[in-house]
Design a protein around this ligand. Sequence first.
Ligand code: GLU
Length: 441
Amino acid sequence: MEKKVCVRFAPSPTGPLHIGGVRTALFNYVYALANGGTFILRFEDTDKDRSEAVFENNIKDGLKWMGIEWDEEYHQSKRADIYKKYLDKLKAKDLIYEHDGGTYFRLPEKNKKIIVDDLIRGKVEFNSQDFDDVVLFKKDGSPTFHFANVVDDIDMNITHVIRGEDHLSNTPKHILLYEALGADVPKFAHIPLILNPDKSKMSKRMVSSGSSRAGDIDFEAYIKAGYLPEAMINFLAQLGWSPPDENDFFTLEELVKMFTLDRVQKAGAVFDIKNLNHINHHYLMEKSLDDYIKLAEPYITHLKGDKDLIEKALKLVQDRAQTLSEIPDLIEYFLKAPKYDGKLLIFKKSSPEQTAKGLDAALKVLEAIDERDWVETKLQQVLDNTVAAEGLLPGDVFWPVRVALSGEEGSPSPTELLAALGKDESIKRIKTAIGKLASSI
Ligand code: GLU
């Protein structure tokens, strides 16, 4: 009978959760769900000096934020008696010797061919003569990574070891230990390394991208930058795995239905921040305005302004932000008068004179609108009429009005801005623009 699938994510809590770890956890979790299996979180904390509770919490918080739930949780530091028990089995077979305070596993035979039959990489061949005997316990009496890792995989009935490719070279030693302990060797799936766009190994290095701190390997940086869990699931799943159809966006449930290890690639997976931004933008756009406002709130606490105006501003920039941390910059000009160079007011197909004429005309007709009629349709109509009546180009009016209100070339439309800012503030900003234009030409 096939054994029930059991997989694990086995981080060493010697540092914060990193992006590669989240991907490994996600692949294991999704594999467990897809196969009705168990997913274990196992802290490999045998290095007492470097393991810390803060890192454990950071790892758990990151997984929870992603929506990754584990069925069981273990700490290697609490399993000393189990490692002793397994050591005794090797002792009974006379495979152990002590040297310089450490306990060693004698490799059974020299020149033995060991084949790792990997679910992703196929058969990879090693030779035992390329390894030294394996240390199982260190001088301080604590088990090594190799021993605790193998013993736990046996003891926890792990059926599939899904882990980073950097562990592939450890696997032949692990296989020898399984065999010496008389245990079934689990199936291995070594998932590809994550690479920078220049194909170098992704390391502690930041690739700046707007205001987001992406390209960082520290997972918390992505949470802080305002990426959404649904975007991270989508993006990380595709770092080395690809969906069977062209479906770019999928939920965790859909991923579980599609996920198989044979669609994981061997080649390194390039981390493309543009793709992550694109995915995140998609999910931000999908949010209801209420949800979007709630998500934005923690990022804009430092901005002072009327709540109603802030909500109007958020509505207008919802289709622009790629990450939540970009929002403050995007809505700043709604809350305070923008700074810009007066020359920006002049549309590229226009002249300073035409621009001055356009702004003056706009000011006159806008001042005449009653507060109660200050709505987008009416504003659009009045400005359209002004363009026609004055014999101007639309760019002579709409362009400088937009810049006057936002200080930017690309922003929501002038009428959306007028409606959001209200009559008084809009008039004030247009008057400022008229002054700026006069002094810049
Ligand atoms: N503690 C190891 C690591 O963090 C786990 C290796 C494994 O999954 O077997 O890399």
